[in-house]
Design a protein around this ligand. Structure first.
Ligand SMILES: [Zn+2]
Length: 479
């Protein structure tokens, strides 16, 4: 049994050192590996399968709203990046440049896309002529590169996978509507699929995307009380259209500029799943996103009939539409249990000679470790029910944790005390001045996470300067 414990002992407890716990889980659950390419990661099969499920579900939800997928080049000529002033200022410090083609220096250097607004604009300028060409509701699945100084698997890496939606519309109203629609798609996806509750709101001007008129965000809270920006949706107005000359002939035959949006979600969400749901035995995957939902683990496998029965169980569960595997490796059952737990597989089914004799098996939930002895004939149906319950419970638990770590501050002293001693969200009033926002970052170490759509009037004055305030803001330390 000493050997069986090894896998769990190999990870640091989250109470002792959350950052190390995260790194340990990523490694021991075999989600990523190191590579010689500094600041980048190898995403291993267990990690990539999670991404594939995220991608599949998001893509399905996008297409329900009329989104079409396209693919644009990964290189952007410098002159194109320069066209929108705020955008280039925002991204220039972190782009990687290609300067040679083979042995020849390029006449114009090109950056590896950090995001593709400029390429989409260049494309739209050629492709949009008339009101009949609108709207364009395109999305691209790809990787992007940002030359980050410090990196962590999934949360911040120089190259990461994402989707970027880019749309063009005839009117400002339509663009705003699409911006909010996609934010809602992200929010529903997080809650329904990843069991991660989110706060929907608008970014302050300081925190908005480079070149955007407005940035909307969903913010979630990790187990350690830090916030994670989980998806953003930007309304560009006609700023990019003017910089790139994207005009269409309207019904009255006058030329008008289009209004644009963009929105993105990344492999960061795998980091969010780990940090919202994981525990000291490893990863805990919400059933809907789990590549494998059920692991069948035979006990005393060498005994006659056990492996046959385990195979039968696996076949019956697969026939019921569950994603199921059978661990028939030569390892001990205890070792298999800890591996299944480390990898976050939502449910395991234990099946030994005594169970078979009694016509039953044991369903064990990964999150609560609750055991349910179930007749073999009812196993597919009961397992599906347990997975559904677990999905709901995980969302509720995450919501309860977030709510228990959301504080309200009415005075600056109170604000600073919470920021220093109670990790979580702080709700406080703000006057709208960037000076106060900067000061709170400087003095309390927090940033504005969002101006939530659901507002509360906590007091009438700004938490920092005391001037009249009408906006309630969520503040916090963020990844
Ligand atoms: Zn103020």
């Amino acid at each position: 049994m000493a050997k069986d414990k090894k896998l769990v002992e190999a990870i640091t407890s989250m109470e002792e050192d959350f950052a190390q716990w995260y790194t340990d889980v990523v490694k021991k659950a075999e989600l990523t590996d190191y590579t010689s390419v500094k600041g980048c990661m190898v995403i291993k099969p267990a990690g990539y399968a999670i991404w594939e499920n995220i991608q599949h579900e998001l893509d399905r939800r996008f297409k329900e709203t009329g989104v079409e997928n396209v693919y644009l080049p990964m290189l952007i000529p410098e002159s194109l990046l320069q066209k929108e002033k705020d955008h280039v200022e925002g991204f220039a410090p972190e782009v990687a440049w290609v300067t040679h083609g083979g042995l020849e220096p390029l006449q114009e250097r090109m950056c590896v896309r950090p995001t593709s607004e400029t390429l989409f604009c260049d494309f739209y300028a050629n492709d949009i002529h008339s009101y009949r060409d609108l709207p364009k509701v395109y999305n691209q699945w790809c990787s992007v590169m940002r030359w980050e100084k410090t990196t962590r698997p999934f949360l911040r890496s120089r190259e990461f996978l994402w989707q970027e939606g880019h749309t063009a519309h005839a009117t400002a109203e339509e663009a705003e509507e699409r911006t909010i629609q996609m934010l809602n798609v992200y929010a529903d996806f997080c809650e329904e699929f990843l069991a991660i509750p989110v706060i929907k709101g608008r970014k302050t001007d300081k925190e908005k995307f480079a070149g955007a008129e407005a940035t909307y965000t969903i913010e979630s809270l990790m187990h350690d009380g830090k916030a994670l920006q989980s998806g953003t949706s930007h309304n560009f107005g006609d700023g990019f259209a003017k910089a790139f000359g994207i005009q269409y002939a309207d019904k009255d035959n006058t030329l008008k500029y289009v209004h644009q949006t963009s929105w993105g979600m990344t492999t960061r969400m795998i980091g969010a799943i780990i940090m919202v749901h994981g525990d000291n035995s490893g990863l805990v995957l919400p059933p809907r996103v789990a590549p494998t939902q059920v692991m069948v683990i035979p006990i005393q496998m060498q005994k006659d009939g056990v492996l046959d029965k385990a195979n039968e169980v696996k076949t019956a569960l697969a026939a019921a539409g569950l994603r199921v595997k059978l661990d028939d490796s030569e390892k001990s059952p205890g070792w298999k249990f800890s591996e299944q737990e480390m990898r976050g597989i939502p449910v395991r089914i234990e099946l030994g000679p005594k169970d078979i004799e009694a016509g039953q098996a044991v369903i064990v939930r990964r999150d609560t470790r609750e055991k349910l002895v179930t007749p073999l004939s009812e196993l597919p149906q009961k397992t599906a029910e347990v997975l559904e319950t677990m999905q709901k419970d995980m969302l509720e638990r995450a919501r309860a944790h977030r709510d228990a770590h959301t504080y309200t501050a009415r005075t600056l002293d109170e604000f600073k005390d919470i920021a220093e001693n109670k990790p979580g969200f702080i709700k406080a009033m703000w006057c709208g001045c960037q000076e106060c926002e900067d000061a709170l970052k400087e003095e309390a170490g927090v940033t504005s996470r969002c101006i939530p759509f659901v507002q509360e009037q906590i007091s009438d004055t700004c938490i920092y300067c005391g001037k009249p305030a009408t906006k309630m803001v969520y503040w916090g330390k963020a990844y």
